[in-house]
Every structure is written in C-alpha cells, then in structure tokens.
Design a binder for this molecule. Sequence first.
Ligand code: FE
Ligand code: FE
Ligand code: ZN
Length: 278
Amino acid sequence: MDFLTIGSHLSSAKGYEAMGKNAVHMKANTFAFFTRNPRGRKAKEIQAQDVEKYKEIAKEHKFGKIVAHAPYTLNACAAKEDLREFAVEIMTDDLQRMEYLPGNYYNFHPGNHVGQGAEAGIRKIAQVLNQVLKPDWNTMVLLETMSGKGTEIGRNFEELREIMDQVKYREKIGICLDTCHIWDGGYDIVHDLEGVVQEFDSVIGLEHLKAIHLNDSKNPLGSHKDRHEKIGKGQIGLEALSAVTRHPALKHLPFILETPNNENGWAEEIRILREMYS
Ligand code: FE
Ligand code: FE
Ligand code: ZN
C-alpha cells in the first residue's frame, strides 16, 4: 500500500463519528485524540452507536490505525505511590474503553523521575505497565520518545529499550517516535536520518516502531525544549520532515501532526506532505 497515512490531533469532545468526519474533511486517513481531558479528568461515556458510525467512515475512507493519547499529566514514575496508582487507574480505564475499537494504538509519555534518577524511574514505569497490561487486550501501548526536558524519561532510545525489557507482555508495547522530541533530544534527522533510523533499529528494533508524531521544532538540535512548530516553519524544515514520511523503513506508519495549527493549517500540511510523498 503506497498511500501516506496521515492526520492530526483532533478534539474528542464530539465523539468518534465527528472525529472521523473531521479527518475526512482534511483528507486525513488517521488521527489522534486525548482519551479524556488532558489533565486527566473523567472520561466521556462511550456510545456504541457513535463508534459504529465511525467504523463505517474509517472503512469507506481506508483509515489506518488511530493513535489515542493518554493525558500528559500522568506520571507513571512519580515518587508518590498514590500518583502511580492514579496512572494505573486511568490507563486501565482508557484501555478498557479502547476495546470498542480493537487493534489501534494508545500512546503515553513515560514519565518524569523528579530527582529519583532514571534507573528508578524506568523501573517504576515498567511496574505500572505490568499492572495495566492484560494479555487479551487488543490495543498496543506506545511509549513516546521525549525531548529530555526536566527529568523526563525517554530522552534517548536506550531508556525506552530498558522500559520494554522490564515489561512482561512485551508484544503489547511499541514506540511512538516524535520528530520534534528526538530532534530536541539530539538526534539529527536533518543531516543524518539514515543514521538515526539505524540507531533506533540497533537499540530498540524497527519492528517496535508503530507511529510517528510529525512535528517541526521551534528550537535547535539538542535543545531539550519540546516546543512544536508548524511543518516547515521550524528548525527541522519541510524537506527533512517529508523525508521522514518517505523513508523506506517508516513510510508505512501512521503519521500524526501535533503542530500548532487549525483545521485549515493541518489540511494544508497534509496536502503538501501527500504531494511530496507520491
Ligand atoms: Fe505526546
Ligand atoms: Fe508527541
Ligand atoms: Zn511535544
């Protein structure tokens, strides 16, 4: 299948059918959304009928896998036990609800070790995942590559690999690579995309890479800032980001735009990236 799977992050406020229509309107064939208020409040009740209507849209327009996003305030390696328990609770509930749409992805930010050190953080994240993951669930959980601001875990491929190594149901875990984050983390995808892809393959294994967050960055290589920019308006640039979508090891993945845009802006980014892809 030589067709770019691309979409943007959408608001889930009006449900799945609305997101599907929204995506089609932008000529997208995937999308991302927060499973609940990003600050981790109560999730909206899922309407089975809404999900069915979405499935029809997705089938008709040949959608790829969609990429749900956990609230970014969860901290699976918080020092306080009740915060880690909260992460278990929310992720379990989200994954239960994802069973309405089996076979998709759920990505999350591994966490902030807040001074405990990376090793302790990694151990705690794996423990949370081992409490959350159930062998019969049909959603793959993706660890996101992070920019390394503050005490973020996932600042390099090695840290993500270490988490995966401690997870029991390893086949339930994959990676979501964020281009802004790895650029800010010091991986030079502008001058050496091939080298970065090879490094990912040797540290984690390309077979575990399941989705890409396609973002430009406001800041230079290695800045550890995490400020997304519109495609082509930042320090990575359109050429390099298009090259990511066309790389033989990546071109089949779902690409999600998390650029600071409105619907027209995303539609335009999708149009340009599709044009350069074909
Ligand atoms: Fe994210
Ligand atoms: Fe991201
Ligand atoms: Zn980010």
